[in-house]
Ligand binder design. Sequence first.
Ligand code: C2E
Ligand code: MG
Ligand code: MG
Length: 273
Amino acid sequence: RLALESQLRRALDEERMCLHYQPRVDLDTGRIVGMEALLRFIDPRQGTLAPGRFISIAEDTGLIIPIGKWVFRATCQQYRVWREQGLDVPHISVNMSGRQFMDAGLVDSISGTLEETGINAENIELELTETFLMENPQKTISVLGELKSLGFNISIDDFGTAYSSLTYLKRFPVDKLKIDRSFISDIPDDADDIAITKAIIAMARNLNLWIVAEGVETEAQLSFLKAHGCEEVQGYYFSRPLDVDTATRLLQRKHPFDHLIAKETKISTVRRI
Ligand code: C2E
Ligand code: MG
Ligand code: MG
C-alpha cells in the first residue's frame, strides 16, 4: 500500500495515468450513444492497474483531487479530438468520487476546464455512486443543482447497491440510473435479480429517469433487458473498456454492433411468438 501510495503521488507528473473507454449502446438501434472514461494507472512494477486497486488509496490520501481534475481534463480533451476527427460520440461520461465531489473548488475547476477545452457540459455525464449520494444527501443536492444548471447530465452509478431513499431519489436532480452489474450477472437464472431489475426499470420509467444496465455479458441478459424496457446497455457483450487507439478505431466503424443487436432482436421475436 505504501509503495503504491508513493507511486500514485508521482503518477501525474510521470504520465502514468491513462483513460480507457467503454461504449454505451442504445438497445434499439445498436448505436454508440456514449463512451465512459475509466481510469487506469500504469504501475512501474505491476503494469496496468484498474481503479479497484488504487482509488481508495487516492481517496484516503486526498490524491483523488488532482487525479480527478486530470481525469476530467483528459476526458474533455479526448472528446474534443474525437469531435475534430468527425467521430460521432453524443456523450462522454466521467466517474467522480465522493471526496472530489465535496471539494469546495469543484465547480470552478470543472467550469474552467470546459472553457479551456471548448466542450459543452451538455455532452458530459457525471457519474456518482449511489452509496456516496445516499450518505450525504442534503449536502449533495445543492452541488448537484449547480452542476445541473451548468448543463451536465448526472447519473447514479452502481444503482441498487446502497440503501436508497426514494424521497431523495425524487429530489436529486439526476437524469439516469445505472443498474449495478451484480443484478445483471445472474439474469436470467436468479429470480430475485430478475425481480429487482424489473422493479428498478419500472421505477426509473415512472420517475422519468433514463436507465442503463451495466455489465451485460450475454445475449440472454440483453434479451431480458430489451423485453423489459431498458434503454441503454454497457458491458463485455459489446466491448471491454478499450485504450484510446482501439476506441477510436471502434468509433470509425459505421455500425460496429449491428450484428449483435440484430441477432438479439431475432431471438426475442421468436420468444415472443
Ligand atoms: P463503474 O463506473 O461502475 O464502471 C464499470 C466497471 O465495470 C468498470 O470497471 C468496467 O471495466 C467494468 N465492466 C464493464 N462491463 C463489464 C462486464 O460486462 N463484465 C464485468 N465483469 N465488468 C464490466 P473498472 O474500469 O475496473 O472501474 C471500476 C470502478 O472504478 C468504476 O465503476 C468507477 O466507480 C471507478 N472509476 C473508474 N474510473 C474512475 C475515475 O476516473 N474516477 C473515479 N473517482 N472513479 C473511477
Ligand atoms: Mg461509472
Ligand atoms: Mg457502476
